[in-house]
Design a binder for this molecule. Structure first.
Ligand code: CU
Length: 492
């Protein structure tokens, strides 16, 4: 059913070589292309092509686990971390080094595991030759620490981000948000996960430790020198021909015969996924963007638009030793090298686990009745993407919700592209969508990003708490956001 043709164009078509790594140099006012050239210049793509097996074939590498960052200091109420945003090299293709931008020079960056009620401080030092900043996506964060696109860290500078962690357990992530270049900085690696845990969740006894697995999905393409290939497409957004999970091409993961919690993040610029097991069996979704659902929901297909997260539990005790279970991406716009996400290889050994996912995961949150209604029309303007006919202007406030209130926001997509709409600093509940009923799992939890499908209208109930101040909301197709599909709100 699925084919695994290698994404051969970058290797066989001479014209693409000219793309080189030039695109990344455009990012910087002080360009440093030399640093970004692969070190192993003696290895040629011919060497790769002569290998018996294409390096782009899936399931050749074990899933890399994202390294967890250790605090530089801890106190009774706070954990302090330090990271440097810098250039680095990633081992993705055998025999090649792929230049990246990375938190601490790695892709994906290091994972932060935070506890509700304990403050996290992250000192971010900018070792890049241009401005950067850090947005904690999905976090309740005071405006000054949110990574607003105009709050940037100068080259060589540093900033202490304070994260209060007063919200419920959730799979958050962090990434660059300096305005106008996120499509390139995220593509070249400025992405990682931030897992927030709490006591209520712990009491559920969900899989933890090595059985709790963060997974960063992103599509990429490659030049013949092993570097990432990026070609700007403002309309469609970047689409790569190769799927990376935690920086490895469609990897395999050895699993014991027990339950695992898998935390999926769509860190792609613009590609949507639809996760589906090869045998068509249901996965158990337990959480979305904003944390646990009120109860688990079995799903055979799970859409995952850019910036969205889903936490699922898969019970591998249902499989025999040696069985191989493939997780596919069946989104209709995907195929080839983006159709296999990963493979689970079931190990031998007895099933000893007694755990079951509880029928109830959390209580629903009562919400005040909406205080206002706003409609946002999403469309391509004459030169850039717009919301209500406007592009991003940091000197303009486009909405002033009242602190602590709820509002009904309706996104009307007047285009034939998916727009994953994201609110900084606040969460929302799904109310309705014109294309059909809201998926049960989307009704049972909080979200911070919703994929608004072509010509679809989506309504959400947003809750503007707990912080006031200026935040942005925008499309998370990064080329759309960079080309101004972003507005500003001030919570008053
Ligand atoms: Cu968009």
């Amino acid at each position: 059913m699925m084919d695994f043709r290698p994404p051969a164009d970058a290797w066989s078509r001479r014209d693409l070589m000219r793309n080189g790594f030039g695109s990344i140099a455009l990012l910087c006012t002080v360009a440093t292309p030399d640093v970004l050239r692969p070190r192993k210049a003696t290895v040629t793509s011919a060497a790769i092509r002569s290998q018996a097996k294409s390096p782009f074939a899936p399931f050749q590498r074990d899933l890399p686990r994202i390294p967890e960052l250790v605090p530089v200091s801890t106190s009774r109420t706070r954990d302090t971390y330090a990271m440097t945003v810098r250039e680095g090299m990633a081992d993705i293709l055998p025999g090649f080094q792929t230049p990246i931008y990375g938190y601490d020079g790695v892709y994906p960056g290091p994972l932060i595991r935070a506890k509700k009620g304990r403050e996290v401080v992250v000192r971010q030092t900018n070792g890049l030759p241009f401005e950067t900043n850090v947005h904690l996506h999905g976090g309740y964060v005071p405006a000054a620490h949110d990574g607003h696109p105009m709050d940037v860290i100068a080259a060589g500078g540093s900033f202490d981000y304070h994260y209060p962690n007063q919200q419920d357990a959730a799979t958050l992530w962090y990434h660059d948000h300096a305005h106008g270049r996120t499509s390139k900085t995220l593509y070249y690696g400025l992405v990682s996960m931030y897992v927030l845990e709490d006591e209520l969740e712990r009491e559920l006894g969900l899989p933890e430790g090595e059985f709790d697995v963060p997974l960063v999905l992103a599509d990429h393409a490659f030049n013949r020198d092993g570097s990432f290939r990026y070609a700007e497409n403002v309309d469609l957004g970047f689409r790569g021909d190769t799927l990376l999970v935690n920086g490895a091409i469609s990897p395999r993961m050895a699993v014991q015969r027990r339950r695992y919690r898998l935390r999926f993040l769509n860190a792609s610029n613009a590609r949507s996924y639809a996760l589906r097991l090869g045998n068509g069996r249901a996965m158990t979704q337990i959480a979305g963007d904003g944390g646990l659902l009120t109860r688990p929901v079995p799903r055979t297909g799970i859409p995952l638009h850019p910036a969205e997260r889903v936490d699922i539990v898969i019970d591998f005790s249902e499989y025999g030793p040696g069985e191989e279970l493939v997780l596919y991406n069946t989104d209709p716009e995907s195929g080839g090298g983006t159709s296999a996400v990963m493979r689970f290889d079931v190990e031998g050994g007895a099933v000893s686990e007694e755990f079951r996912v509880p029928r109830r995961l959390r209580d629903p949150d009562p919400l005040p009745a909406p205080n206002a209604r706003r409609t946002w029309n999403l469309a391509l303007g004459t030169a850039a993407w717009q919301i209500n006919g406007l592009g991003y202007d940091p000197n303009r406030i486009d909405a002033r919700p009242r602190l602590g209130s709820t509002e009904v926001w309706t996104f009307v997509n007047n285009s034939n592209r998916v727009h994953p709409m994201h609110l900084h600093g606040f969460l929302f509940r799904m109310i309705g969508r014109s294309s059909g009923p809201v998926a049960l799992a989307d009704k049972l939890g909080w979200k911070d990003t919703v994929g608004v499908l072509p010509n679809e209208t989506v309504s959400v109930l947003a809750w503007f708490a707990p912080y006031s101040g200026k935040y942005v909301f925008h499309c998370h197709a990064l080329e759309h956001a960079d080309k101004a599909m972003m507005l500003q709100m001030e919570i008053v």
